[in-house]
Ligand binder design. Structure first.
Ligand code: NAD
Length: 476
């Protein structure tokens, strides 16, 4: 089996301990990776601090960072096909989805390369006796904790703006699916960033992750992951008032209005809940349908779910396995709980007879207060519910603790926009789920977290404002 390493202070570093990475498509071991220790984490933090103190990232003209980032993007594009296969086999995801992650990673570097030399402050008028201006200064060391569902694109999503703004970065990869991230970092290494600017550790969240967030030298935490872990990290961050970005979970709802275009809706439902086996923070996990169209939409959604071909990622299947046995068992237990609460499983709800960690495409009719309609499943499970009027649809959509994304499907701009304006979510899609891209600010409200990634706005998550006020003397 191939063995992968951590990247600390510009060196690839092994460890006496290792983690075995499984192939979710076959439930067999695929490769091993060095399991970082807290000592490795200390070395990475010291390297990042030396990089910050040296000024190697910040004393240069910002256009130098632009050049490094463009080179990184080019190097990422070069490895895309080969590295995507590693991601596909370690994660279970479809090969095309794995490829998209690398293409997206390259795009993040290109996009923020264009911003690195445009992070401009303002001048504040204070009358003739003063000159006043603001500067956006980097945080210092950005500690970034990455989840397993889109490890490569989420890693790049935070790493690229952090580097563009001049921060050094210590990344904690997820203990499931960390391998392709090492290939991403190996490509970025070729761009020539200063030593210590980028460090990558794969270790246990409770050990290395926790050590990094509690570290005295951490200047910022960027966390993408589950709500309970985010809450633990926020408690640790409170000790030193460490600024944090929290990208947490979701229970996002699509509202299908009475005049919805059925074909377009079903296209969005298919990608909204079955893309990446539903392991998407912004998945469409609830579908609210106007009662006049409920039976028709229900039938069409069930037919679409039953038509999906199921298989491992490298077979280009439409529905791929979930990432681990634990995840598969957790999802099936949530479906069972739904049954016990009186929900109706319209299709799916079981593991098909395949070797890997599969869950059948599952559609459940439930009521808004049932746990399956309130809690994040993070799997290929859609809850469908009817509503009678606009107010009720909005109440149900806004009626969870989360608020990551939401969607409205209908013919009229007036009604869809009126509803969009009342949805409690960081992003609202009208007539296409996942509309938007790396250019559009992304993040949650409520338990979905705070701070924004993506878009120009994300750069402000990676800087702090310093105001400089100068008192002028008018003596000659
Ligand atoms: P998780 O919270 O279990 O783990 C995320 C990361 O945190 C991993 O790297 C893990 O090792 C680390 N970690 C665990 N305990 C830690 C601790 N005490 N201190 C520091 N780090 C620790 O989440 P997951 O299962 O990997 O990912 C799935 C979750 O992530 C879902 O809830 C999903 O909605 C969310 N997610 C959110 C977004 C977003 O942008 N909002 C994107 C993807 C995933």
């Amino acid at each position: 089996m191939k063995h992968y390493l951590n990247y600390v202070d510009g060196q690839w570093r092994d460890s006496p301990r290792q983690l075995v990475i499984m192939n979710p498509g076959t439930a067999e071991p695929y490769a091993t990776i060095a399991q970082a220790t807290t000592d490795d984490a200390d070395l990475a933090m010291a390297a990042a601090r030396r990089c910050v103190e040296s000024g190697a990232l910040t004393d240069v003209r910002p256009a130098q960072r632009t050049m490094w980032m463009l080179k990184a993007a080019e190097a990422i594009r070069e490895i895309t096909d080969e590295a995507a296969m590693v991601l596909c086999l370690e994660n279970g995801k479809n090969f095309e989805t794995a490829r998209e992650e690398f293409v997206e990673a390259a795009r993040y570097f290109e996009y923020y390369a264009g911003i690195a030399d445009k992070i401009e402050g303002i001048s504040v008028p204070l009358g003739k006796d003063y000159v006043d201006f603001t500067q956006y200064v980097p945080m210092g060391i950005s500690v970034q904790i990455v989840p397993w569902n889109f490890p490569v694109s989420i890693c790049a999503r935070s790493l690229a703006p952090a580097l563009a703004a001049g921060n050094a970065v210590v990344i904690k990869s997820p203990e499931i699916s960390p391998l392709a991230m090492t290939l991403l970092i190996a490509a970025i290494e070729k761009a020539g960033f200063p030593q210590g600017a980028v460090n990558l550790l794969c270790g246990k969240g409770s050990e290395v992750g926790n050590h990094l967030v509690e570290h005295n030298d951490t200047n910022q935490i960027v966390f993408t992951g589950s709500v309970p872990t985010g809450q633990r990290i926020l408690k640790a961050a409170s000790q030193r008032a460490t600024p944090s970005v929290m990208e947490l979970g979701g229970k996002s709802a699509a509202i299908a209005l009475a005049d919805v275009d059925l074909e377009n809706l079903i296209r969005s439902v298919k990608v909204g809940i079955f893309y990446n086996a539903g392991q998407v923070c912004s998945a469409m996990s609830r579908l609210l349908v106007h009662r006049s169209r409920f039976e028709e939409v229900k039938q069409a959604v069930v037919t679409m779910a039953q038509s999906l071909n199921i298989g491992s990622g490298e077979t280009h299947a439409e529905l791929t396995p979930v990432v681990s046995l634990d995840q598969q068992q957790r999802i099936l237990a949530m479906v069972e709980q739904a049954r016990q609460e009186g929900a109706t499983v319209l299709t799916g709800g079981k593991a098909p007879e395949l070797a890997g960690y599969f869950v059948e495409p599952t559609i459940i009719e439930a009521t808004p207060s049932m746990s399956i309609a309130q809690e994040e499943v993070f799997g290929p499970v859609l809850v469908i519910m009817p509503f009678d009027d606009e107010d009720q649809a909005i109440d149900i959509a806004n009626g969870t603790d989360f608020g990551l994304v939401a969607g409205v499907f209908g013919a009229g701009i007036n009604q869809t926009l009126r509803i969009a304006n009342r949805l409690r979510a960081g992003q609202v899609f009208i007539n296409e789920w996942f509309a938007g891209g790396i250019e559009t600010p992304f993040g949650g409200v409520g338990l979905s977290g705070f701070g924004r990634e993506k878009g120009q706005e994300a750069i402000y998550s990676y800087v702090q404002t310093r105001n400089i006020a100068i008192r002028l003397s008018h003596h000659a």
